[in-house]
Design a protein around this ligand. Structure first.
Ligand code: G4P
Length: 529
């Protein structure tokens, strides 16, 4: 493949994920995005959840076809002149470390905020993760068909709580029952909303120019005048869009709309395809790898096990960093130092569902994994590279795990360590006891671990509560100081699945005190694979 052809393919890729608090509208907006990407034909045959079911069932078929749970993990579709990859970030109960790690595999994020509620907990957490790489953020203020909070106040809240400047690209005209549409600041157009059209791509009425008398006639002279006055204030008080600041993660363009009413989602997609970065270069331990390099490289950011015990197969999700994947190619599994044949990778083209034969930098492919692939593994066409920055995140939930049959301790430990290598869960072994502590980011991970221990290792285990608030990886270059720290904190120290030293804190207060007493010890909330 010539360099320019490769370049063209790479340049049109946009790979992003959605960050939001549960119920802000991620599923609904995903469905509308797929509608615009022509990956589904109609959305929302029934109102509300029914519409979500529709998107789901479309993907369930695919799951059946492939005999593995890839449901909505990655959705690829064309929009404008781009090929967009939307990576699913598990939310609700299925929230897990995978959610965090997926954010390290994208080039930009869409932040969806319920405009009646503003910035919520989960969004705060996920934004913290995007800050590790200064990922560019696009914001969608959702649910304008409901009574929302003052839009200016919402922008202020995002700025102060998430520490990112806001540049409104569209501005709402009313909300709730009085929602009339948005004024698109960049296009100088008012785009009018019609309710009850959420299942289709709308032919919205567009009025060019803020001072156009047609606007007065369409939405009422008073409302039109209020809008003009408000916009004058907004323009004075908010930031103008700046592409450089967006790319460095310091400023977010903000769109308003309703995902349920399918209004404003296309404005956001236009912004995303125009401004969001194409596949970016990535650092390795030796050099930076550019997306348009001819040789293939990629890293694994997530491993998904099939919960169906009849299929022991797992899929390793790999983000392609450079070059092109072709079916049947040989790749070097760098950690094992082995060449492997990739004959049947899964690709994720939405819509026609045919298995694409090739994939490019920016795309995600799924490798069948029989236990030899771990999170963070790098694959190349020969070079010994290791991509940096695919972290473990400190778990937020902890339980002691215990065997029903004490004779299977060895199998339990083996299972837990393998599951932790796979990134499904984290395991900690306190230095001073024989306890085994399981740590997770989401509650569902606990059930999944017990189910897999039973199915794959024939181990019956159960949990007991344990008084642990958080864990931190211990790092220090000064051996003497590290020794002293270890001596004084034996009771709180443990080894993780990879034998790394961790500090197990019963409370956050304890953690803070310990950090104050030992300022030279690095107690880290993330650890690189
Ligand atoms: P999530 O994936 O982020 O958790 O959110 P999801 O899309 O499932 O949306 C959560 C709820 O919010 C859904 O309602 C959905 O219909 C609703 N919703 C999403 N976008 C909008 C919007 O723009 N306007 C309004 N009014 N509602 C929106 P639900 O839980 O199914 O309840 P129901 O209202 O359908 O009964």
């Amino acid at each position: 493949m010539s360099n320019t052809l490769l370049q063209q393919e790479v340049d049109k890729r946009r790979t992003f994920a959605i960050i939001s608090h549960p119920d802000a509208g991620k599923t609904t907006i995903t469905e509308k995005v797929l509608l615009f990407g022509r990956a589904i034909q109609t959305a929302g045959t029934v109102k509300g959840r029914g519409s979500n079911q529709h998107a789901k069932s479309d993907w369930m078929d695919m799951e059946k076809e492939r005999g593995i749970s890839v449901t909505t993990s990655v959705m690829q579709f064309p929009y404008n002149d781009c090929l967009v990859n939307l990576l699913d970030t598990p939310g609700h109960e299925d929230f897990s470390e995978d959610t965090y790690r997926t954010l390290t595999a994208v080039d930009s994020c869409l932040m969806v905020i319920d405009a009646a509620k503003g910035v919520e907990d989960r969004t705060r957490k996920l934004m913290e993760v995007t800050r590790l790489r200064d990922t560019p953020i696009i914001t969608f203020m959702n649910k304008l068909d409901r009574d929302i909070r003052d839009p200016m106040e919402l922008l202020d809240e995002v700025e102060s709580e998430l520490n990112i400047a806001c540049a409104p690209v569209s501005w709402p005209i009313g909300c709730g029952k009085g929602f009339q549409g948005v004024y698109h600041i960049h296009r100088d157009e008012s785009i009018l909303y019609q309710s009850g059209q959420g299942h289709t791509i709308q032919d919205a009425r567009i009025i060019k120019g803020l001072n156009n008398p047609e606007l007065d006639e369409a939405i009422g002279a008073d409302i039109a005048q209020d809008l003009r006055d408000e916009l004058e204030l907004v323009m004075g008080a908010s930031h103008a869009f700046d592409h450089e600041l967006f790319l460095s993660g310091e400023l977010t363009p903000v769109f308003f709309g309703t995902a349920l009413g399918n209004f404003g989602v296309d404005h956001m997609l236009d912004g995303l395809t125009e401004w969001a970065p194409k596949p970016m270069a990535r650092p390795t331990h030796d050099r930076e790898v550019k997306a348009d390099e001819e040789k293939f490289s990629g890293f694994v950011f997530k491993i998904q096990a099939n919960m169906d015990p009849r299929h022991r197969d797992r899929i390793a999700f790999m983000r392609i960093v450079s070059g092109k994947y072709q079916q049947g190619m040989k790749l070097r599994h760098v950690r094992l130092g082995k060449q492997i044949n990739i004959s049947d990778a899964v690709t994720f083209m939405a819509g026609d569902r045919s298995r694409a034969e090739d994939a490019f930098a920016g795309d995600i492919i799924g490798l069948h994994n029989h236990g030899t692939i771990q999170i963070g593994d790098t694959f190349t066409q020969g070079e010994d590279l290791k991509f940096a920055g695919i972290p473990n995140f400190a778990p937020e939930l902890f339980r002691r795990i215990r065997l029903k049959d004490p004779l299977r301790q060895k199998q339990l430990l083996k299972g837990l360590i393998q599951l932790s290598e796979e990134g499904a869960v984290q395991v900690f072994r306190p230095l001073q006891s024989n306890d085994l502590i399981v740590g997770a980011v989401g509650v569902l991970q606990f059930d999944m671990v017990v189910a897999r221990l039973k199915a794959e290792y024939n181990v019956d285990a159960l949990y007991e509560p344990i008084n642990v608030a958080t864990a931190r990886w211990v790092e220090c270059d000064d051996e003497k100081k590290l020794d002293e720290f270890q001596r004084k904190n034996q009771a709180n120290l443990a080894l993780d699945g990879g034998d790394n030293l961790t500090y197990i804190a019963p409370t956050m207060v304890n953690l803070n005190l310990t950090q104050e007493r030992f300022p030279d010890i690095d107690l880290r909330a993330t650890r690189e694979h």
